[in-house]
Design a protein around this ligand. Structure first.
Ligand SMILES: [Zn+2]
Length: 404
């Protein structure tokens, strides 16, 4: 074990004793044999991830779709401790995989490779950063120098604002191992990982026997249906005061909120009975044309009497966010709608990012126009399959909750 290579001997011994005591006190040596005590079944649904193959150096790879984590559902269903222990389990599993690979290759494999997919990331994920901080400090003491490479793929435009916070608590050695791959990550990933070990969706051609995707052959790190886990959240949200509104038959109701660059809009709604049509878009200031709209969710009908719809969106420019509730398909029945619709002003981090972004646009006019917004919508209905597909097509960053 590369225990504290950068430290002096005295400190190293002291650290090792502390580490051994921690392992014994928490029975870490047997943690991999007792996953049932750790709520991993729930966590694995809320955090789409996979222990997936090995890189060219023989390092075990862990892939996590961190941007697809449903923050509210995660925090409603799991305690901080449960999230923390799942991380320890993951680290121990990586240690075991590295050990087994060492035996197979007859040379020591002591570090891990991680692919972190940030597609779908919104400012709401900032609420998970207290874990990032705790876990980084914890790993520095208990799993020092285990990180071989961390590849960050699909970073959205808000990423620099969040990364600036994370950087503050990472040591320089760790920072040097982080590769942020904006744009197509395939070339870089294939430099480090053979195609048969790399998930299909990141440019690989995975043929791993134990790959979870083999059954579906669609992607190597499938996102699971978490609609049953949203129930807890809905119970909690139901205790909040929701606004009420009647949507008469053969008519539409629009809700509009203005926002500034970096404003995060969020919504949540359900109907007392029957379904309702819904669409959501952002109209940049100074535009009126339909073509200028940024579609967040295309019009689709949702069985919101059975399960609520929710989503969020961080705007990159000034404009208005529109929610359209459509009951024009119903000739007789008006719908009782209960909803929450909020516009949260940007945090200081995102505000400074938007500002530097504007300056950049002024000074660098030749730059490619970047994606203007990060949509993220989560939809779950009884007929989740159709609804979620519609939502996913509408919003590139959508959390698809209906994959089996
Ligand atoms: Zn695979």
């Amino acid at each position: 074990m590369p225990f504290g290579r950068r430290w002096n001997a005295e400190k190293m011994i002291e650290q090792y004793i502390k580490y051994r005591k921690w392992r014994v006190a928490n029975d870490i040596d047997s943690i991999l044999e007792r996953p049932a005590t750790l709520k991993l079944d729930v966590l694995s649904q809320l955090v789409p991830s996979s222990f997936h193959g090995f890189d060219k150096e023989g390092r075990p790879i862990y892939v996590e779709k961190s941007g697809s984590i449903h923050v509210d559902a995660l925090l409603a269903n799991c305690t901080d401790d449960e999230i923390f222990w799942a991380h320890v389990f993951s680290q121990e599993n990586q240690c075991r995989r590295a050990r087994e690979k060492s035996e197979e290759l007859k040379r020591p494999i002591e570090t891990f490779t991680m692919i972190m997919d940030l597609k779908g990331l919104t400012m709401n994920h900032k609420r998970l950063m207290r874990f990032t901080e705790v876990v980084s400090k914890f790993d520095a003491e208990h799993y020092p120098e285990r990180m071989g490479s961390l590849f960050i793929v699909n970073p959205p435009w808000i990423f620099p604002a969040l990364y600036a916070i994370v950087k503050a608590f990472l040591d320089p050695v760790t920072k040097a191992k982080i590769h942020v791959l904006s744009g197509d990550p395939r070339a870089v990933l294939l430099e480090h990982i053979d195609a048969d070990q790399l998930p299909i969706e990141y440019g690989g051609a995975c043929t791993l026997n134990d790959c979870k995707a083999q059954a579906t052959a669609t992607c190597c790190v499938p996102q699971r249906d978490i609609s049953h886990l949203l129930e807890e959240l809905h119970k909690r949200e139901a205790s909040l005061t929701l606004e009420m509104e009647q949507v008469p038959s053969r008519s539409k109701v629009a809700k509009v909120l203005p926002g500034n660059p970096g404003t995060t809009f969020s919504w949540y709604f359900k109907t007392a009975s029957h379904d309702i049509g819904f669409e959501c878009y952002f109209q940049p200031e100074g535009t009126e044309a339909k073509e200028a709209r940024q579609m967040i969710s295309n019009m689709a009908r949702y069985s919101t009497d059975k399960i609520a719809v929710q989503g969020e969106f961080t705007a990159r420019e000034k404009g208005t966010c529109h929610l359209i509730f459509d009951n024009s398909h119903s000739f007789f029945t008006s719908k009782q709608l209960s909803f929450l619709f909020k516009a949260e002003e940007p945090s200081s981090e995102i505000a400074s990012l938007v500002q530097s972004d504007e300056q950049k646009e002024v000074t660098d006019t030749s730059a490619e126009p970047a994606a203007k917004a990060i949509p993220s919508a989560t939809v779950a209905t009884e007929e989740a399959s159709n609804a979620a597909t519609v939502a996913a097509e509408a919003a590139p960053g959508a959390t698809e909750t209906a994959q089996h």
